[in-house]
Each structure stands twice: as structure tokens, then as C-alpha cells.
Write a protein that binds this ligand. Sequence first.
Ligand code: PXP
Length: 241
Amino acid sequence: MKLGVNIDHVGTLRQVRGVSYPDVAAAAEAAEAGGADFITVHLREDRRHVIDSDLPRLAAVVQTHINLEIAVTDEMREIAMAYKPASICLVPEKREELTTEGGLDVVGHLARVRDFVTTLSTAGSEVSLFIDPEEAQIAAAVQCGAPAIELHTGRYAADGNLQPLKHAAAVATAAGLKVNAGHGLTLENVAAVCTLPVTELNIGHSIIARAVFVGLAQAVAEMRQAMGLAAIIRPRQSQQP
Ligand code: PXP
């Protein structure tokens, strides 16, 4: 299993003040130093975390790879086509939500999602669809030709019931999909998700929150340990705070 570290909330801290720090690229380096297998960022329509100019800077420093989360909009497709990240996760987006509050409705937007999957896959990115753990959404993801899904773990994080995720992961694996998962995962609740046939976890908020006290590299290392993964210590390319 791989750990993708979502560094959005380093950007949030910067954007709430409209200043230039903390540096998102430095955060990517620190996360990699602590053992991130890849770096995830969500370029939102309102640019509340990462902003457009972060993307080339991240591309220049990230030694692993970038997983870009985007909404299914023409603007985001254009940006993704310009940067061609190794992987792209299509997510739903509502301006007023605090975070990504539910999965993408692939069933309801089949043709458009299929069109995005085809275009972005042809450009060379691995495309995944962020969906709720529901059989109908998994079937629709297969119909779209998506090679991967990311199961929304928010409901599990809230109620502790692993069963819907377990069932969805089994159904999706049997359908030939690569299964990733994420949202709301913490040091306390991640271990159970690691018992499922899931390839990658994307974890952001709890790691960044823990980093306030122990530093980002250490917070990532602690999450790896909670996931039962071996420690990875990578030298940093540049000296960053
Ligand atoms: N996966 C996806 C697709 C997301 O949009 C997010 C953030 O909303 C996450 C994972 C990470 O969630 P969290 O910040 O709660 O760890």
C-alpha cells in the first residue's frame, strides 16, 4: 500500500493570510523526506489551497509523483492537460462546502466523466474517480473506462463502520479496478482501512494538523507506521525550513 500525502492545507494556511508562506513546494519536500510515496494536491475552483503557480513549482521539486485532484470542468481539464501529472483524481466540487463532502456522481454524469477519462488517459495520466462506496458508482466507473477509483472514506471516518468500504473494495477489485481510498483518515482510524484490498491512501488534514506539533516529515513517518508500512527516509534535495 502507498501513502499519498495531501498538502492542500499548507496552502490553506498561506491563502487565509494572502502571503507567500508556508511554501507548498517546501512542504512537498518535507513530506517526501518523511516517506510520502507521492504528493496530492486539489486545485479548487476558488483556489483556497493550492494556486496555479504552485503546480510548476511542485513539478520542479517533487521526486516521487504528483496526484492532481480536479473537478470535472473545462478549466481544470485544460490545466491538467498542460501539466500532465502522473495521476489525476476527478472529484466533485461545490464552492460552499468545507471539504469534498461526497463522491462524484458518475452515474448521473456518465458521458461527461467518460469523456474526461478518455482525454486525460490519452494524455498519459492515470485517472481515478473519487466515489462513494456504492455498487452503482463502481459499475459506472467501469463503464467510463477508468482504470482506478478512490473510495470516499468520510462516512467510515464518521461512523466507524468499515463494512460498506469492505464490500465496495471487493466489488471494485473483482471488476478489475485499482482501488484507492481517502478522506478523514487519521492515526486512529487508518489501520482498519489497511486491511482492505486498497492500493493507495490519500491523507491530508490529519497529517498537516499533526505536523503543527511534530513537523511534517515526522507526521508522515507516524502515518506510515500506523499503516504498517516500513519507514522511508529520503534526503531532501534542498535545504528548506
Ligand atoms: N482524497 C480526496 C479525493 C480528497 O478530495 C481529499 C481531501 O478532500 C482527500 C483524499 C484527503 O482528505 P483528508 O484531508 O480528510 O485526509
